[in-house]
Structure formats: C-alpha cells, structure tokens
Design a protein around this ligand. Structure first.
Ligand SMILES: [Zn+2]
Length: 319
C-alpha cells in the first residue's frame, strides 16, 4: 500500500486552477446554514480544459443532494438517482456539461481536511472506468464564521484527484478564482440570467430564486421548476394535503417589475377547495415558496374546517 500525502504547491498541484462562481458560494453556504449539525453537500458540474498537463476546472452548476440524501454529523450520502436525473435535465440544455466532483461539509465534526474514507472513495472514483473526466474535484467546507460578508460565512478547501496519480492536491487559494457568472443549476439561478435579460437588462440579481429552489426541492420534491417562452419561470406539481389527497399547483412568476411577484393557480381543484383556489388566485406573493406555503396552509385549513363541520353535524345528530 502506498503512502498518500497532500501536495500543496508542488508540481502537478500547481498546474491546477479552479474557477468558481460566486453564486455557487451562495448555494453552498445557504445549504450549510440549513444543516448545522449534520454533514451535507452536493454535486459540482461544469467544464474543464486540460492542456500540457495544466488543468482548469470551471464550475457552472451545483446539484442539490436530493430528497433521499442520508446525513449524520460524521457521514453524508447523496441521492444519486435524483442527481443523475437533474444532470440529464441540465445536459439537455447544456451538452458541454460534465460531472466535476462533489462538495461536502466537515465544519460540523471539526475535521479540517478530507477523511481517510473520503480520500479512498475519491481515488476509487477517479480511477473507475465509468468516470468521464481525468480528475475528481472535491470542495470541503471546514469552518463556520460569524461574518457579515455572505461569501465569508464558511472556510472552504479545494482538492483535486487525478487519474493514475497516487497523490492528491490541495489547490492553493491563489489558484482559485471566484467569478461573477450565472449558474446552469439550480434552475432558479440559471433562469435569473435568462429572465432578467429578457425583461430588464441590468436588473439586480434575485437570490430569492435560489432559496425557492432549495426549499421547494427539499420539502416539495414533486414540484419542479419549468421555463417557457409564454409563462417565463414557473413551478408545477402535486401538493400533498393533510387528508392524503393531492392538488396540482402552478406557481407563476411575474418578473416584469424590479421585484418579482408570484401568483398561484390550483388545477382541477376539487369542490372542497374551489373557494380557496379562487381566493389564492387573487393574491400576490413575494416568492414562489411563500405562495406554496400559503397554498398548503389554506388548503389544509379548508379541509380541516370541512371535516370539523361534518363531525359537528354528525355528533349533533347523535345527541
Ligand atoms: Zn468527509
């Protein structure tokens, strides 16, 4: 068994550069904020260039860990099936995209570097015959800070494993460049770019879409983002209610103004929810997640009140 070590600046490690979007830091750090005790992470996608031994890895998207991810303070397993389906979805629009690697957190357990298990897994991954790229990029979150700068909320380290190489490399900060570039995923972030250019060039970025994407994909996995010429950005899918029934929800974004407004429509709502549907259709919400939460609450309240009235009726009859 060979001895593994990390080279910080020597030979091959110095020939590796990472280009990372600042919007990606928001996605990573927001996810860290949500999992304060358990490890979490996601998949990194993008493009790379390799020329004369020099490798440039450019991250353009971050795929969430997925609804079936398993977390503990010392372990983390991603929902690979979910991530693969998202990857196919991104690939259909951005055929140049590749799997670049993973990110995960250690600040929750205090280990400031990759674990032995991480290293073994990444060596195995990069040398696997199904692995498409000659490297594997691992971003590790190592510490949490109380910083008012959203991009300094956490410390991160970057590691690269190369195929056929027994070592791995920690990429020095001067070889990591943070850029102001749009993300192809989460969908919310990618469509920020698309929609803003269409409606009002130079309008401010809308981090809200990233929160929508995070929260909706985590808690309402059946509801997914779509984008069309006619409707712009919208979310659609089944919302499960407290009696086990489902109602089809469509969340529309109106981003013509400086701040986006959201509306909600229930498709084929049952009679019990018709008045809720009519009320909701008149309202405006500051985000897709606010629209969805209001929909869930109002529908559940209507179902509960109806059940309660029926119960009262039947108990009145009995007495
Ligand atoms: Zn780890």
């Amino acid at each position: 068994m060979w001895k593994r070590k990390t080279k910080v600046t020597a030979d091959l490690g110095a020939d590796i550069r990472i280009v990372f979007p600042e919007a990606g830091l928001d996605v990573v750090f927001d996810e860290c904020d949500r999992f304060d005790h358990d490890e979490t992470g996601g998949r990194l996608v993008g493009t790379y260039k390799e020329h004369g031994g020099k490798l440039t890895v450019q991250v353009t998207g971050i795929i969430e860990s997925g609804p079936q991810a398993k977390r503990s303070p010392v372990s983390f397993f991603q929902d690979g099936a979910h991530q693969e389906s998202i990857f196919r979805q991104i690939e259909s629009q951005h055929p140049e995209i590749e799997h670049l690697g993973n990110w995960h957190t250690h600040h929750v357990n205090g280990l400031p570097t990759l674990s032995g298990g991480d290293i073994e897994t990444y060596h195995r991954t990069v040398n696997h015959h199904n692995h498409n790229t000659p490297f594997f990029y691992a971003l590790l979150v190592t510490a949490k800070h109380h910083s008012s700068d959203p991009h300094r909320r956490y410390s991160i380290k970057h590691f690269v494993f190369r195929r056929g190489d027994k070592d791995f490399y920690e990429i020095p900060p001067r070889h990591v460049e943070f850029v102001d570039a749009p993300l192809v995923w989460p969908a919310s972030a990618s469509q920020t770019d698309h929609v803003d250019h269409r409606h009002s060039a130079g309008s401010p970025p809308r981090p809200d879409r990233a929160y929508d994407s995070d929260i909706i994909s985590e808690f309402y996995p059946g509801i997914r983002p779509f984008s069309s010429q006619k409707l712009g950005v919208y979310w659609r899918g089944p919302l499960e209610l407290l009696d086990g029934s489902r109602v089809q929800v469509v969340l529309l974004e109106d981003s013509a103004g400086r701040t986006s407004k959201h509306s909600v429509a229930l498709r084929d709502a049952p009679a019990a929810l018709q008045s809720v549907a009519d009320e909701l259709a008149k309202e405006e919400f500051p985000s897709a997640r606010a629209a969805l939460l209001a929909t869930e609450r109002n529908c559940n309240r209507a179902l509960y009140q109806r059940a309660h009235i029926e119960e009262t009726k039947s108990s009145t009859k009995r007495t």
